[in-house]
Design a protein around this ligand. Structure first.
Ligand code: S3P
Length: 444
């Protein structure tokens, strides 16, 4: 748990953002690869693993549950798993720090093992809803022994010795919830089905297939999917290559759009269509984002992108796009602040339960820097203008994405933008400050 004193940081307008970089590995895939490797008998190698604090917490948890993990080189890990349903009783509570993905996925995996485990996290994670994952897992036979108010962390779960396969219609568009049910379903005899009204990121499904599980996904309704997993597979060890995280690439990408004269190449960014809502939206706004080359990397499509400073205009972002860019609204709001005209982002209710209340925090971040912004119901409305005053002190609320978004705004505003704490950036994007400085950003 983080107790160190805060590390403020200030971003100033200066040189164009220029160069060629590869951002770290995808966070969602990194968590999933570690958990699936831990549930596989034999040796799996993961390369390009994101070594951010969130993922390292998941690695520690898998070790505490009996898997053997070894870091062989930078971002290359070798894992010997215990097999589906084979977790050992952990000696103490599992600490997931700031990570909702880590804890929700691990809760799902533990729910299908005959062990009792306690889960905890930092002050931000303790406020986040866990009932959404506990509800289906209880239907599958797991038991909540104790939990804080509303089923929040810290909580203790007893996994099911013989999990029951279920058909679950997800009440929220959440890939974490879907993944928790599928991971518990691995140990169930028979078919576990998750129905989602809006398709969310499908990395769990892709990786399960890659590890040899039988899993099928078909369209459901206008935007949804029906996913069916055959339980009790013999997962096969494999080599996983983690592509660069589009949610991390989003920060330097938007900086390059709003800082005049910028020209940036981002290498091997994952372009899974369930993750690229931001790129589509920015292109609609007039962003120059050129796809230089595409290829396939470990079952995911990746592309090298060239981004140059662009004159942006406001757009209307439909609610149906939210699942494919749920983590990108903060940085989109920064781009919208520098656009000509108004941008309306619809249907952002899920933003209220992220690492912070991101709807309120994004509005506050923009307001203290002189941007005209409104929240109407679950919509965020940003009135853009070319000259953003800046000069604001931004409260980051233990949220890495607020920290990085505010800093990117400071690179293009008239006056410097200061954040109260940069420490949480390390949860998802270790090396962010150094990488941005190498592109010319003035961060001190
Ligand atoms: C994630 C799913 C999303 C996203 C999070 C990562 C995942 O959360 O915000 O950063 O890896 O499954 P929800 O499932 O709560 O939408």
């Amino acid at each position: 748990m983080k107790l160190a004193s805060p590390t403020p940081l200030t971003a100033r307008r200066g040189a164009p953002v220029q160069g060629r970089i590869r951002v770290p590995g995808d966070k969602s895939i990194s968590h999933r690869a570690l958990i699936l490797a831990a549930l596989t008998v034999g040796e799996t190698t993961i390369s390009g693993l994101l070594e951010g604090e969130d993922v390292l917490h998941t690695a520690d948890a898998m070790r505490a549950l009996g898997a053997k993990l070894e870091r062989t080189h930078e971002c290359v890990w070798r894992i010997h798993g215990v097999g589906v349903g084979g977790f050992a009783q952990p000696a103490g509570p599992l600490d997931f720090g700031n990570s909702g993905t880590g804890v929700r996925l691990a809760i799902g995996a533990v729910a299908g093992s005959p062990v009792t485990a306690s889960f905890d996290g930092d002050a931000s994670l303790r406020t986040r809803p866990m009932r959404r994952v506990l509800d289906p897992l209880e239907k599958m036979g797991a038991r909540v022994i104790e939990a804080a108010e509303g089923g929040r962390l810290p909580l203790t779960l007893q996994g099911a010795a013989d999990p029951i396969p279920i058909v679950y219609e997800s009440p929220v568009p959440s890939a974490q919830l879907k993944s928790a049910v599928l991971l518990a379903g691995l140990a169930a005899a028979g078919e576990t089905t998750v129905i989602e009204a809006e398709a969310t990121r499908d990395h769990t499904e892709r990786l399960l297939k890659y590890f040899g599980a039988k899993i099928a996904s078909k369209p459901h309704g206008e935007h949804g999917r029906r996913i069916t997993l055959q339980g009790q597979p013999e997962l096969e060890p494999c080599n996983v290559v983690v592509p660069a995280d589009p949610s991390s690439a989003a920060f330097p990408l938007v900086a390059a759009l709003i800082v005049p004269g910028s020209d940036l190449i981002l290498e091997a960014v994952m372009t899974n269509p369930l993750r690229t809502g931001l790129f589509a939206t920015l292109r609609e706004m007039g962003a120059n984002i050129e796809t230089l080359a595409t290829r396939d990397d470990g079952g995911e499509e990746v592309a090298d992108l060239r981004v140059t400073a662009s004159k942006l205009k406001g757009v209307d972002v439909p609610a149906a796009r939210a699942p494919s860019m749920i983590d990108e609204y903060l940085i989109l709001a920064v781009a919208a602040a520098f656009a000509e005209g108004t941008t309306r982002m619809r249907g952002l209710q899920e933003l209220r339960v992220k690492e912070s209340d991101r709807l309120a925090a994004t509005a506050e971040m923009l307001r203290v820097n002189g941007v005209n912004v409104e929240i109407e119901g679950d919509d965020l409305i940003v009135h853009g203008k070319s000259n953003i005053a800046g000069g604001g002190d931004v409260t980051t609320h233990m949220d890495h994405r607020i920290a990085m978004s505010a800093l990117m705004m400071g690179l293009a505003s008239v006056n410097p933008v200061r954040i109260d704490d940069s420490a949480f950036i390390a949860t998802s994007f270790p090396g962010f400050v150094g990488l941005m400085r190498s592109l010319g950003a003035d961060l001190t």
